[in-house]
Design a protein around this ligand. Structure first.
Ligand code: AKB
Length: 338
């Protein structure tokens, strides 16, 4: 008998850190896969960690042979800024990697006979607004609109959303024995995420978490976007709650494969103001990098997440004020206290 497990790819990343702890609390056996080793405090929570690439077919075959995977959280990806420096590698990791995981999940479903629930973290990067006037006029953007991303990462995310939908509903649709519905593909278009425990790297929404963590450590921070730059954000605990809510939702309630969510959308200056209020000595200056700024300008200022609220009761706990008061300040102060 093979052991029944949950598989998390990209487990050493920011979402992986938070997700492993929460899944482990439920007493579920976890397998993780990442290019990096897991930190010891996380490694002790998982049944087995594989240090390796999602592109390694042999490794995926070994996992298939030994484990029954009923749920996949496919978090591995190169983020938006890093992907612009190495777009072909980004395509390999983000697209080729995802199609291999989808094929792996399909093979798992065929092998054990259950539908595999597949979580995919998409992003506001899947949007592309052509200019600031359009961004201002667009307001809260719906999932169906403005799907013209300007980054390799955004293009990868948008395409992989479609791949997931294809695998679930249309895979090998002309075969004598159709192979659809072996995968139940569920995705979230995340806004920028803010964690008290980890600092992101390689993303373009990183200016907010970087600003907060720098202030908490008493370090000066040069913000790479303008003061008026505005995109949606949420806290990591709310992001993880949302992943669980979506993954546990009754499939008959889900009208979409991929949903927008967000909790607040301050300008960079508004974040600076709240950070300097809580860390009065914080030194924050604005030195926009026009190229990264252009990417942020192409992302929506706000998203319409009404479908997530209606279909699976998405309801974040933290608005901007609560994010600082109830989550970031206590955890970050503890983290950086001597
Ligand atoms: C990034 O900045 O690349 C990510 C994202 C918005 O998906 N944080």
């Amino acid at each position: 008998m093979r052991q029944t497990v949950v598989l998390i790819t990209g487990a050493a990343g920011e979402i992986g850190h938070a997700l492993i702890r929460r899944i482990a609390e439920q007493g579920v056996e976890i397998l993780t896969l990442d290019l990096q080793a897991l930190p010891p405090e996380l490694e002790q929570l998982v049944a087995q960690h594989f240090t390796g690439s999602i592109l390694d077919e042999e490794l995926l075959d070994r996992i298939l042979a030994r484990y029954e995977v009923h749920t996949v959280f496919h978090l591995a990806a190169l983020l938006s800024t890093r992907s612009e420096f190495t777009p072909i590698t980004a395509h390999q990791v983000n697209v080729e990697g995802t199609i291999r995981l989808l094929r792996f999940a399909q093979a798992q479903g065929l092998s054990h006979g259950h539908t595999v629930r597949f979580f995919y973290p998409s992003s506001i990067a899947a949007y592309g607004l052509p200019d600031l006037a359009t961004k201002a006029a667009a307001g809260q953007v719906r999932e169906e609109d403005w799907g013209r991303p300007i980054t390799m990462y955004g293009i990868n995310k948008l395409y992989c959303e479609q791949l997931g939908r294809y695998f679930q509903w249309h895979y090998k649709q002309l075969d004598a024995e159709p192979q659809t519905r072996r995968i139940d593909f569920r995705g979230i278009r995340f806004p920028g995420l803010i964690s008290a425990e980890t600092v992101p790297s390689g993303g373009t929404s990183d200016f907010v978490p970087e600003m907060i963590h720098a202030a908490a450590q008493g370090q000066p921070y040069a913000c790479f976007v303008r003061e008026d730059a505005r995109i949606p954000f949420m806290t990591m605990p709310d992001a993880v709650d949302a992943i669980f809510a979506l993954m546990e939702a009754d499939p008959t309630r889900l009208r979409k494969n991929v949903y927008n969510i967000a909790a607040f959308n301050p300008s960079a200056a508004e974040v600076r103001d709240i950070v300097t209020h809580h860390f009065p000595g914080a030194e924050i200056r604005f030195e926009p990098d026009l190229k990264r700024q252009a990417i942020v300008d192409s992302w929506p200022a706000a998203v319409d997440d009404s479908a997530a609220r209606e279909d699976w009761s998405f309801a974040p706990h933290h608005d901007l004020e609560a994010a600082f008061r109830a989550y970031l300040l206590p955890r970050i102060r503890q983290r950086y206290s001597p």
